[in-house]
Design a binder for this molecule. Structure first.
Ligand code: OXD
Ligand code: MN
Length: 594
């Protein structure tokens, strides 16, 4: 199809003049195109074919060793005023950004092909959706974008001759960490990413557009772009409640989004519908409620730890048409990763491309991993056994509850409900995860991550909090807001709560609260379940453990408030007064409680 969009044409020409590719190829989204690109990438070694009998449609990719995760220190919001990027983002002026990245992009595509990927975040043509065009010199990026978004001719047709699009430029350049930049220009609706080949830095529809740029646009257009999973919980009576949940990385968002109900609740008739595992775009609809779409069409999931116990639905999803990145390659051309399924292979090629066996140790005597800790699978969401029948609905799904969560070894009870929308916003704004002995870093160190958006908010986070408050007051039927903590431990450091599928017991209480049918006790921090309001059928959990899971330690909470106050002080006068007031009100409730 011929491009009739003059601005798009001019932009592509000027980017090509800078990068100097040998060729330009428009991505149509056809099956034939996928075959052709794969073949090309097999020939250069960019991709390795996998065993088509055991893993039909699957391919393998390795990134450079220094290019295995998002590089937050090289990620910038480029706005005219520093204040607009706020205290939690790295900042440059747009002219500095264009000059610095431009010097790296210059001539970087000589000898290479520039692919033009028109893509839609969200169902094509939906009023919720946004169009982007990514220019890239990476076939790996093209193939991932084909899974993660709607791409090709259909999107271009929709863009027409004058549609608005986010200008996304990606180049691998030398993949040198010293010549790598991930830049966002919200004032220009543009993204420039150079020097990386790692998904989170280069699939520009994902974190860069669907969170950083979209959060900026959402504020202007009165909607929200959030780092949230979306799931439907179907009750025994057939009613489906949709929940949106934000957790910092490594707190099990993907697992929760496709959980398998435990026997007791399955027998009762509960079912799960997965809408998304990472990003939620939410708008107020004509009914005064909040409706959400998942702007993505795939999962870019972390492989290690994913197995038939922790997430059987993800295992099934990744059995075909999947791109595996940085996992272990077995001699039979299938894949494996630590804490995955099956026996540990006796040999293979590790994520660095070196011969590997499970007895190998590094200089410090630690086992050498076959798969990189952040190795990934990219799979179409439609292949998930629980994928929602609402994925392509233009207005998405109505959200009954928003859930915030973190990893807190103590402090936060299993679940509590905020008293009001502003109290819920305060709960999200003070979200945190702490490191335990089992994790890297200093034990007990608390990392604040408001709404799990710290690395993803494309503007001043003080303004972001104001936007949340404003959205709440614009709704006649706002979702209820909750906080969960699956990670509370006893005095021996053992988890009190079994997690995984059992988390549905907590979600059941949450939806019953939304329907005003579940009992709760009012505490200074919010409403918590009464013991008998949680259905524990089939779960052998001693009542004293439930008491511990739901207990609130006043002194711990007072210390927490001191820490929250310090965090809030970073925002200076940009912090909305309502959040300070919520903090003071909580302090007072704690002081006044027995
Ligand atoms: C992700 C992340 O990859 O949050 O989804 O880092
Ligand atoms: Mn994420």
């Amino acid at each position: 199809m011929k491009n009739k969009h003059k601005k798009l044409d001019a932009w592509i020409k000027s980017m090509a003049a800078m990068c100097k590719p040998d060729r330009m190829v428009w991505i149509t989204g056809s099956d034939e195109e996928k075959e052709r690109l794969q073949k090309e990438a097999f020939a250069t070694g960019e991709l390795i074919p996998l065993n088509q009998k055991k893993l039909p449609g699957c391919v393998y990719h390795r990134t450079a060793e220094n290019d295995v995760a998002r590089t937050e220190n090289l990620t910038f919001i480029c706005t005219s005023k520093k204040r607009d990027a706020g205290p939690t983002n790295n900042w440059m002026t747009p002219s500095q950004g264009y000059a610095k990245a431009g010097a790296i992009f210059k001539n970087s595509m000589q000898g290479r092909t520039m692919y033009v990927i028109p893509f839609s975040m969200g169902p094509v043509g939906s009023p919720f959706s946004k169009i982007g065009v990514e220019l890239t010199d990476s076939i790996y990026v093209v193939l991932n974008m084909r899974i993660m978004t709607h791409v090709g001719t259909e999107v271009l047709k929709h863009l027409g001759s004058n549609g608005v699009f986010t200008k996304c430029l990606h180049g691998k350049a030398e993949r040198d960490i010293n010549r790598r930049l991930i830049l966002h220009f919200p004032e220009d609706n543009a993204i420039w990413s150079v020097g990386s080949g790692y998904g989170g830095n280069v699939l520009l529809g994902k974190k860069c557009m669907a969170l950083r740029i979209a959060s900026y646009i959402g504020r202007q257009e009165n909607w929200m772009a959030e780092h949230m999973l979306i799931m439907g919980v179907e009750k025994p009576n057939g009613h489906i409640h949709y929940l949106a949940a934000a957790f910092p990385s490594a707190c099990g968002k993907t697992n929760l989004a496709m959980l398998v109900p435990p026997q007791g609740l399955r027998t009762k008739g509960y079912k799960i519908w997965t809408v998304g595992d990472d990003i939620s775009w939410m708008r107020i609809d004509s009914d005064g409620a909040l409706w959400a779409i998942n702007p993505e069409t795939g999962f870019f999931g972390v492989a290690p730890g994913t197995n038939s116990q922790t997430n059987p639905n993800a295992v099934k999803t990744a059995k075909q048409n999947t791109i595996f990145t940085n996992v272990l390659l077995k001699p039979d051309k299938t894949v494996w990763w630590e804490d995955g399924d099956g026996p540990t292979p006796s040999q293979g090629m590790d994520w660095r491309g070196r011969p590997w066996n499970p007895k190998m140790v590094d200089e410090q005597g630690k086992p050498v991993k076959g798969a990189q800790a952040n190795s990934r699978f990219t799979s179409p969401i439609k292949q998930c056994p629980t994928s929602s029948f609402r994925l392509e609905h233009h207005h998405g799904v109505p959200i009954s509850a928003i859930i915030f969560g973190g990893w807190r070894a103590s402090l936060a009870p299993l679940v509590y409900q905020a008293f009001s929308w502003p109290h819920g916003v305060y709960t999200g704004a003070t979200m945190a995860s702490e490191r335990t002995a089992a994790q890297y870093g200093k034990q007990g160190e608390v990392r604040r991550d408001p709404m799990a958006m710290l690395p993803f908010c494309g503007y001043n986070m003080g303004d972001y909090f104001k936007h949340w408050l404003k959205m709440g007051s614009s709704m006649t039927r706002p979702p209820e807001i909750f906080h969960v903590n699956w990670f509370r431990t006893d005095k021996n450091g053992e988890f009190l709560w079994p997690g995984y599928g059992e988390n549905l017991r907590v979600l059941e209480w949450i939806i019953d609260r939304c329907e005003h049918t579940a009992e709760a006790e009012k505490t200074p921090i919010g409403y918590i379940p009464t013991q008998r309001s949680l259905d524990m059928t089939g779960l052998q959990l001693p009542p004293e453990k439930i008491t511990q899971l739901l207990s609130i330690n006043k002194q711990e909470w007072k210390n927490e408030l001191d820490d929250q106050e310090m965090f809030f002080s970073r925002f200076g006068k940009d912090l909305p007064a309502e959040l300070r007031e919520e903090l003071s009100a909580l302090r007072e409730r704690l002081n006044n409680s027995r």
